[in-house]
Design a protein around this ligand. Structure first.
Ligand code: ATP
Length: 312
């Protein structure tokens, strides 16, 4: 190279070096405190300000996750079982947890979400799925102890799918050289939704406020419904039988006022001015049940993101 070319290359190199370093760091997320750091106030604030209508779930999730993350020597992985009807915030909360643990939030390579449609679609392949799941979890926890695994719609999964991973959820110091104690497992389920709704409706019909519903009013139905759901992935499951779940978290069905709050939140997220008429119109067009009272939104807040486009 002639001296001018060398000078240009050196100059370009020193200008681009910091950028290259940032980019390298971005794509090479590591399992260390630069990338994994629990943001306790952040989780509290997200649960209090972004999650609507879940006065029971919100404090349980906060205490469970904060207690676990602040404990330097947990005795077992944290296992959360979130139950409730569609669109009430179960996935939303799982993402909030990831957003307040990983610098890269819910796109972190240490945050794993499994859905039955994508990951376990064929009942006939159950034995293959079982061993793949076991290997996947073992491999990922070996790479990063602070991994999070979310299983969506476990009520639709094959009973027996989780047989291969139960030991990971228990109190073991190590299994084949791997410790699972710092991992978080989150199971999401619609099983039990009708029981939760029934209790919420009883409160509504007897004139008590929603906030009067306490965890103890729901505790019995939520653990039993998954266990007794013959079609579901946790039917007579050791997960429940052997008390591997740390916290059962009920999600209440959402009412009209919560749907409005979700619409406003969506408007804000899109930098739109919050328009009450549009929010009301959108909410009015949703399906509410049971007839004729129309108390709870059949889709919760799930379809609002997509529907808002038609109203603005
Ligand atoms: N309680 C809530 N508070 C605020 N927003 C909510 C709430 N529930 C749902 N949403 C909104 O609706 C979207 C879809 O909800 P989410 O995926 O969490 O529902 P889900 O309970 O996991 O449903 P499903 O059982 O069908 O998987 C969320 O991303 C969020 O924008």
């Amino acid at each position: 190279f002639d001296p001018l070319t060398v000078a240009l290359l050196v100059g370009a190199g020193s200008t681009l070096a910091p950028l290259a370093w940032v980019t390298w760091g971005h794509f090479n997320e590591r399992c260390d405190s630069t990338w994994i750091h629990f943001n306790e106030p952040g989780l509290r604030s997200d649960l209090e300000n972004k999650l609507v209508g879940q006065h029971i779930a919100s404090p349980i999730i906060f205490k469970a996750v904060a207690g676990f993350m602040k404990n330097p020597h947990p005795r077992k992985p944290l296992v959360l079982f979130l139950q409730g009807s569609t669109g009430t915030g179960k996935n939303f909360v799982a993402q909030m947890i990831a957003n307040n643990i990983y610098k890269k939030g819910n796109v972190s390579q240490f945050f794993h979400v499994f859905t039955y449609q994508l990951d376990f679609p064929h009942q006939s392949q159950i034995e293959t799925y079982k061993s793949q799941l076991q290997q996947w979890i073992k491999g990922n926890v070996s790479r990063c102890a602070h991994s999070i695994f979310v299983f969506d719609e476990v009520d639709k999964l094959h009973p027996g799918l989780f047989d291969s991973i139960y030991p990971y959820l228990d109190h073991h110091n190590q299994l084949q050289g791997v410790s699972y104690k710092n991992a978080i497992f989150i199971f999401l389920s619609n099983a039990g939704a009708s029981d939760i709704t029934k209790i919420a409706l009883d409160f509504w019909q007897s004139g008590r406020t929603r906030e009067d519903i306490k965890l103890k009013d729901l505790e019995k139905v939520i653990s039993q419904s998954a266990f007794n759901d013959k079609m579901g992935g946790l039917w007579h499951s050791p997960l429940i039988d052997r008390n591997l779940v740390n916290f059962y978290v009920p999600f209440l069905p959402l009412e009209y006022k919560h749907v409005l709050q979700c619409v406003f939140a969506e408007m804000k997220a899109r930098n739109l001015s919050t328009n009450g008429d549009i929010a009301k119109q959108l909410a009015d067009d949703l399906v509410f049940y049971p007839n004729p009272m129309r108390v709870f939104s059949a889709q919760g807040c799930k379809t609002i993101h997509a529907r808002l486009d038609f109203y603005i």
